[in-house]
Design a binder for this molecule. Structure first.
Ligand SMILES: Nc1ncnc2c1ncn2[C@@H]1O[C@H](COP(=O)(O)OP(=O)(O)OP(=O)(O)O)[C@@H](O)[C@H]1O
Ligand SMILES: [Mg+2]
Length: 262
């Protein structure tokens, strides 16, 4: 009789560990991200969320296993991981204030291949044309009208969106977003949530790190909670938020209850 085997997750992380000197920033973290989902990664400040994004993308030295589709990525350099379809944003921002929205997105588009020559072409006043897929991305994120504006002139919400667009412009299979809603007001963040769902529906899998619980709870199919470098909860958003271990980890910081979010 034919057996149905569950589809292998797009990302499978096993026992990922990162040490910074004496600090164990990630301690045998295992998690998986199903293809076509939005997985939330939450936890108090210093829990290890950015470290996980750094380790997955090759920016932090780690031990353990990172499987991406059929490939093992844990020994690969950052640019190789990017070429295989892994993109990210940076918590501190990855966009260039002095460049236009279009130029920033072009740099992202070529990140999988010739981004250095693209950056050089832009800096020497010979901008390239975006690919049709990138033009569609720009339209779907409502960035068309500000394409020629300098990023420095934009609202914080729009700037965040440009950094997301830059990561998406490389055409990744999985995008890792490190606090895209930081600095956004609640309506901007709700709007970002709508865009992220549309991105997921277009076939891009998302790992979303954020402290904005409204955003995380409204868009994520699944949530993983880190505390002191360890996974302390993993499951559907509501169950995770009610988990006493999660409530205890957030003690002293602002975390809304399920009722408040309803
Ligand atoms: N480059 C580094 N060198 C030394 N220690 C580091 C480094 N980066 C992070 N750490 C430490 O690793 C731990 C995890 O930090 P990390 O930045 O991953 O947390 P986070 O969950 O992203 O926090 P936040 O919500 O504030 O962004 C912290 O104790 C932090 O001080
Ligand atoms: Mg962080």
């Amino acid at each position: 009789m034919a057996q149905t085997t569950p589809e292998r997750p797009l990302l499978q992380v096993t026992d990922l560990t990162v040490r910074y000197g004496g600090v164990v920033a990630l301690d045998k973290v295992s998690l998986s991200v199903p293809r076509g989902s939005i997985v939330g990664l939450i936890g108090p400040n210093g829990a290890g969320k950015t470290t996980l994004v750094d380790a997955l993308t090759g920016f932090a030295r780690s031990t353990g296993e990172v499987r991406f589709g059929d490939a093992r990525l844990d020994r690969e350099r950052p640019h190789t991981r990017a070429r295989r379809g892994l993109a990210r944003t940076f918590q501190a921002g990855n966009i260039f204030d002095d460049l236009t929205v279009e130029e920033n997105i072009l740099i992202g588009e070529r990140r999988r291949s010739a981004w250095l020559s693209t950056a050089w072409a832009i800096l020497s006043g010979r901008p390239e044309r975006p690919r049709p897929e990138t033009a569609r991305l720009v339209e779907s994120l409502n960035l068309g009208e500000v394409l020629q504006a300098q990023v420095a002139e934009l609202s914080e919400g729009r700037r965040k969106l440009v950094s997301v667009a830059q990561a998406l412009a490389s055409g990744p299979e999985l995008v890792l977003l490190d606090e895209p809603a930081a600095g956004l007001d609640s309506s901007e963040s709700a709007w970002l949530g709508t865009q992220l769902r549309a991105v997921r529906d277009s076939g891009v899998t998302i790992l979303l790190v954020d402290h904005d619980m409204d955003l995380v709870m409204s868009v994520c199919d699944h949530v993983v909670v880190l505390d002191f470098g360890k996974v302390i909860a993993n499951g559907d958003p509501r169950t995770v938020l009610e988990d006493p271990k999660v409530v205890a980890a957030y003690l002293g910081s602002v975390i809304p209850t399920v009722e408040e979010l309803a």
